[in-house]
Design a protein around this ligand. Structure first.
Ligand SMILES: NC(=O)c1ccc[n+]([C@@H]2O[C@H](COP(=O)([O-])OP(=O)(O)OC[C@H]3O[C@@H](n4cnc5c(N)ncnc54)[C@H](OP(=O)(O)O)[C@@H]3O)[C@@H](O)[C@H]2O)c1
Length: 338
């Protein structure tokens, strides 16, 4: 297998690269052949969410197709991670709401137990984070959930959940060269409490690639772009600072005869705090580029070149920029969840 496996909890191993589900939202079973290519290449762990339209059913179909079409020893490695998403407004969900949501996920995934269920709770003003964590812990005790994780929660929320006795195995957080907040206190906290970090968006949604080098700022040029990631670039010093960072990646890419995207992904795998990394790809055409990151390592000179162009380090914890009430990210999330 060309993608290493990593143990993120006792006895639970995932592929170091996890295929994100964002790019297959809305795709039906026509995506199965593409997804099987990822499995054949050793990307055996997949991410979806209760809010990804049709995403869990697609993953259920993938597992069935893999059992029929792939060797058993490969199909058996498949792990599927999904989410329980708390409300963006209003009152706390009742235990029944939460249990019904988990039952829907089980049915759509076609399993009796979810490998890893991650609680996503964007709006901390909605009450019930800890109570919902306890309901999920109870569903885990009933055998419906293998591991319980969270997404985008800071140290303060992890502490509340742990204090209440919610067994948190993972936290899924943003991490890339444009957003290094997880390096601040999250990595240390997770290490101290045996919580695995799964980091997502190593290419900042595609910004860390040749596509955006020497390109005009999409805010003014109106080219399509990920507003969430552009907001993080702004927090890190803006478009000119980002172009200097891309220049640094390009210098390393030239030296190594690789692409900027390859170096950006390699950098996250080599220097980032995540035990595994979720990456987005619409088709298997992205696989050769992604797999090539396991053939080489960045050396001290490469790392110094990239560090010298680092964006402004945010003093905030993971999730805090996103959660500002007027943030473009909260607006994007609301639109998506609506
Ligand atoms: N928990 C959360 O709150 C949360 C939020 C966002 C995302 N996620 C998860 O994290 C996963 C990864 O996030 P992401 O997809 O936004 O970020 P990403 O992995 O940084 O970026 C993926 C995008 O980069 C593009 N790309 C890949 N290689 C490229 C190259 N060589 N040149 C130019 N563009 C390239 C891909 O384009 P193509 O589409 O053309 O292949 C894809 O759209 C998602 O799929 C999702 O599962 C979680």
């Amino acid at each position: 297998m060309s993608v290493p496996l990593v143990e993120i909890a006792p006895g639970y191993r995932v592929s170091r690269l996890i295929k994100g589900g964002w790019q297959t939202i809305g795709r039906g079973n026509d995506a199965i052949d593409d997804l099987l290519e990822f499995v054949r290449a050793g990307v055996t762990t997949f991410e979806t969410a209760d809010t990804y339209d049709g995403g869990e059913a697609l993953m259920g179909a993938l597992r069935g197709a893999a059992r029929r079409l792939l060797p058993r020893e490969l199909a058996d490695w498949i792990k599927i991670h999904t989410r329980y998403t708390g409300p963006m407004s209003g009152t706390r969900p009742t235990p029944r709401d939460v249990a019904d949501s988990v039952d829907r996920s089980l049915r759509d995934l076609g399993v009796e137990r979810i490998d890893l269920l991650q609680m996503q709770w964007w709006n901390l003003e909605v009450p019930g984070l800890v109570e919902t964590g306890l309901v999920l812990a109870d569903l885990r005790a009933q055998g419906k959930v293998g591991l319980l994780g969270v997404c985008n929660l800071g140290v303060a929320q992890l502490e509340q959940l742990r204090d209440a006795g919610v067994p948190i195995a993972t936290n899924q957080v943003l991490y890339s060269a444009i957003d290094r907040r997880a390096e601040r206190k999250m990595v240390e906290y997770c290490r101290a409490h045996d919580i695995a970090l799964l980091t997502f968006a190593p290419l900042a949604g595609g910004f860390l690639s040749e596509l955006w080098r020497d390109a005009g700022d999409p805010v003014t040029s109106r080219a399509p772009y990920g507003k969430e990631y552009r907001a993080l670039i702004e927090a890190g010093g803006g478009w000119p600072a980002f172009q200097r960072l891309l220049d640094a990646f390009a210098a390393v890419a030239d030296r190594r005869d690789r692409s900027i995207a390859s170096v950006a992904l390699r950098w996250v795998l080599q220097c980032g705090p995540g035990q595994a990394v979720l990456f987005g790809a619409s088709t298997p055409d992205r696989l050769p580029g992604a797999l090539a990151v396991f053939d080489y390592a960045l050396d001290d000179e490469d790392l110094a070149t990239i560090d010298a162009a680092a964006l402004i380090a945010s003093p905030l914890d993971v999730g805090e920029i996103e959660r500002a009430p007027d943030s473009v990210i909260m607006r994007a999330i609301r639109t998506h969840l609506d």
